[in-house]
Design a protein around this ligand. Structure first.
Ligand code: NAP
Length: 258
C-alpha cells in the first residue's frame, strides 16, 4: 500500500464507535477539551478524581453537542485504579476504540525545594508523569492494533523553562515532554501521533489564587489564556489535519518567551 492509500484507509474506518478519553475532564482545560472533541464527533470519556458534580456538568455540556459521554472515575496516579476502571471499560467495549487520549490531569503544589515535603514532590510527579504512564499503558495496545490514534499530553511552560517554586511541577512536565518525544518515535509507523501542549497562564481553578493583575505584565498579550483556546489546539492535534505532526511540543502562552 502506498502512503496515500495508507492515509486514506486510516481515515475511512467508520465501523467502530470512536471515543476520546480526557483525564481531568471535569474542570478547566479538561472540560473545554471534552467539549471541543465532542464537536469533532467523538464520544467522550470524562475522567475525574474527586469532583463528581463538575464531571456531571461536563457530561451535560458534551451531550448538548449531540454525542454520548460517560464518566470514568479513577485516580490517574494509582495504577491499580486505572487498570481496574479504564482496563475494565476497554475489556467490556471490545467493539469500540479510544482513538484520542488527552493526558490532561495535573496538580500544582508550589514551594521552594528547600521547604518541599516528600508528599508535595510525590503527588505532583505521580499525577502528571506517573498518571500519563498509567493511562497511556492501558490505552496504547488497542490504539496500535487499530493503526490510528492521537495522544496529546498537557505539559507546561514550566516544563520547558523551569520555574522557581515549581521544581516538582517542572520536573513532572519536563518528564512528560521527554516521554512524548520518545514514544512518538516508537509508534509513528502505526499512525499514532504523540504531541504535547505547553500552556502558559490559563484562567482555571489552578491559577485562581495567582495575582493575575501583576502577572499579566510579563505576558506580551497582557492577559491569561482561556481554556477554550487551549482546547482548540487539542482539537487540531486530534484532527486528521495534524496527521504528519508527531513528537512536538507546542507552546500556547500569549507570547511568553520560552
Ligand atoms: P484544574 O482546573 O485544576 O483541573 C484539574 C483537573 O485534573 C480536574 O479535572 C481534576 O479532577 C483533575 N485531576 C487532578 N488530579 C487528578 C488525578 N489524580 N486523577 C484524575 N484526575 C485528576 O487544572 P487546569 O488548569 O485545567 O489544568 C489542566 C492541565 O493543564 C494540568 O495538567 C495542568 O498542569 C496544565 N496546565 C495548566 C495551566 C494553567 O495555567 N491553568 C498552565 C500550564 C499547564 P477533579 O475535578 O476531580 O479534582
Amino acid at each position: 500500500m502506498d502512503d496515500r492509500n495508507r492515509y486514506r484507509s486510516t481515515i475511512q474506518k467508520e465501523d467502530l464507535m470512536k471515543y476520546a478519553l480526557v483525564t481531568g475532564g471535569s474542570r478547566g482545560i479538561g472540560r473545554a477539551t471534552c467539549i471541543k472533541l465532542a464537536e469533532l464527533g467523538y464520544a467522550i470519556l470524562v475522567n475525574y478524581k474527586g469532583n463528581k458534580e463538575a464531571a456531571e456538568e461536563t457530561v451535560r455540556l458534551v451531550k448538548e453537542k449531540g454525542v454520548s459521554a460517560e464518566i470514568l472515575n479513577f485516580d490517574v496516579a494509582k495504577k491499580a485504579d486505572v487498570d481496574a476502571v479504564l482496563g475494565g471499560w476497554i475489556e467490556s467495549h471490545k467493539e469500540d476504540i479510544i482513538e484520542v487520549l488527552v493526558n490532561n490531569a495535573g496538580i500544582r503544589q508550589d514551594t521552594l525545594l528547600m521547604s518541599m515535603t516528600d508528599e508535595q514532590w510525590d503527588s505532583v510527579l505521580d499525577t502528571s508523569l506517573q498518571g500519563m504512564y498509567n493511562v497511556t499503558k492501558c490505552v496504547l495496545n488497542p490504539m496500535l492494533m487499530n493503526r490510528y490514534g492521537r495522544i496529546i499530553n498537557m505539559v507546561s511552560l514550566s516544563g520547558i523553562k523551569g520555574m522557581p517554586g515549581q521544581v516538582n511541577y517542572s520536573a513532572a512536565k519536563a518528564g512528560m515532554i521527554g516521554a512524548t518525544k520518545a514514544l512518538a518515535q516508537e509508534i509513528a509507523k502505526r499512525n499514532v501521533t504523540v504531541n504535547a501542549i505547553a500552556p502558559g497562564f490559563v484562567k482555571t481553578d489552578m491559577t485562581e489564587e495567582l495575582n493575575e493583575k501583576e502577572l499579566v505584565n510579563m505576558i506580551p498579550m497582557k492577559r491569561f489564556g482561556l481554556a477554550e483556546e487551549v482546547a482548540d489546539l487539542v482539537g487540531f492535534f486530534a484532527s486528521k489535519n495534524a496527521s504528519y505532526i508527531t513528537g512536538q511540543v507546542v507552546s500556547i502562552n500569549g507570547g511568553l518567551y520560552t
